[in-house]
Design a protein around this ligand. Structure first.
Ligand SMILES: [Zn+2]
Length: 427
């Protein structure tokens, strides 16, 4: 009887394990051979393409996607294990799946604490609310932070794309650094005294929560579209050249780069544009991952802006300032030069609106084989540290007198880094 019960329990457990293995969301990264037009064809079928590398196309595939690939008789290779080698796909489970990365609530607590600990230098406000009602936080760092001193401003924004967790951390650490260093660091003091640094670390809180709790690869916001699919790509929803073509964004709701039904249709991007117009922003950085590259407008078309040389020079300076910190070389280029164009993104809009230097910084790694969207927890601080000199440089530039022009001869020994071809992810 005892044995019978035990074997019954064992069978029950086995059934439970067996069924849960099938219920489990086993999303994999797979690759298929590249051929002419195949990437565009897969995109048109709604597959989530990550990168092209070594003659293969890498994509995220849910169990349903894997079945579809089989139906299409398209041989695929499971790359998940290979990608995870040495690069833990999921941060340590302690404290939740997000580990050291901030969830919405954890970020809220940290921003609140910073504002409380540095009342004269920091002020926390909300610029609006997400679709699901979460606050879109902005932390202002400035001397006399509570007063509106009509100073020039610098905006650092993170996490338009939910799965790019590292893009929350770098802006947050930048704000924390300014506050902690103010009392003892003359350079920080000068910047904070002369201008306003506004940090919006999490523009897509609904997406981030979904990425943490449901589906790690989630990219868009959580809009329920008319066709039953979810999400609008917030970095294709801005108002300049919105929907310029179907290459740089998509009109198909299920697409990972769906631009939405109208410019600024989403509360997140709409809040960002309203906030932007309320202040005298002189520079902007929008953080994303991955690719390890500094991008500047235009993104919607392969053509230079009227400040192309100046933007290229600033990007070069940033890359040169960043390199010595950890030895990592960030590529830099006009956004459209490379694998693909983007329309309706943050930086094209900010530049068109105000003519200010506006950069998208795609944080490391360089490609999916080095971890893609999964930055190790131990990389958070080093990645912030290497971005710090670039951010300080931009703040100094933004807050300098408008007519000031550097007459320094730049050391040209550091040549422009070689352009990477065809290896950028969709970030
Ligand atoms: Zn992104």
């Amino acid at each position: 009887m005892k044995n019978a019960l035990r074997s019954l329990m064992f069978m029950g457990l086995a059934v439970l394990l067996f069924s849960s293995a099938f219920v489990m969301d086993r999303t994999e990264v797979v690759s298929v051979a590249k051929s002419a037009g195949r990437a565009a064809w897969l995109t048109s079928l709604g597959f989530d393409l990550l990168a092209e590398h070594d003659g293969r196309i890498f994509l995220v595939a849910s169990p349903e996607d894997l079945a579809r690939l089989a139906d299409l008789r398209l041989p695929f290779r499971d790359e998940t294990a290979r990608l995870r080698a040495g690069h833990p796909a999921e941060p340590a489970p302690a404290g939740g799946i997000n580990g050291d990365y901030h969830s919405y609530r954890e970020l809220e607590a940290e921003l609140t604490a910073l504002a409380q600990n540095y009342p004269s230098l920091a002020k926390l406000s909300t610029i609006g609310r997400s679709l699901e009602g979460r606050n879109l936080y902005a932390l202002k760092v400035s001397d006399n932070a509570a007063l509106d001193e009509q100073e020039p401003a610098f905006l650092v924004v993170g996490c338009h794309h939910a799965r790019e967790w590292i893009s929350v951390e770098v802006p947050l650490l930048f704000a924390r650094h300014l506050l902690e260093e103010y009392a003892r660091n003359g350079e920080v003091q000068d910047i904070v005294n002369r201008g306003e640094i506004w940090v919006v670390p999490l523009l897509n809180p609904d997406g981030l929560e979904y990425s943490i709790h449901v589906y790690r690869y989630w990219r868009k916001n959580r809009r329920l579209n008319a066709d039953g699919s979810f999400g609008i790509d917030l970095n294709r929803n801005y108002g300049y050249k919105w929907g310029y073509d179907d290459v740089g964004s998509s009109g198909t709701p299920a697409s990972e780069v769906y631009r939405g039904t109208a410019p600024f249709s989403e509360p997140e991007t709409d809040a960002c544009q309203r906030f932007f117009r309320q202040h005298d922003f002189r520079a902007l950085v929008s953080y994303h991952s991955y690719s390890q590259i500094i991008l500047y407008p235009w993104g919607y078309i392969d053509a230079p802006t009227d400040k192309d040389a100046a933007l290229a020079e600033m990007a070069r300076t940033m890359a040169e300032l960043m390199r010595p910190v950890n030895g990592r070389l960030y590529d830099f280029d006009r956004a459209a030069v490379g694998l693909y164009t983007t329309n309706g993104d943050t930086t094209d809009w900010a530049y068109a609106e105000s003519g200010i230097p506006a950069f998208t910084i795609e944080l490391p790694p360089v490609d999916i084989l080095h971890g893609g969207f999964f930055n190790k927890e131990t990389d958070i601080l080093p990645l912030f540290r290497e971005n710090l000199p670039a951010l300080l440089f931009l703040a100094q530039t933004a807050f300098a007198a408008p007519s000031q022009e550097s007459g320094n001869e730049r050391d040209e020994r550091t040549a422009a880094p070689p352009r990477r071809g065809g290896d950028r992810g969709k970030d």
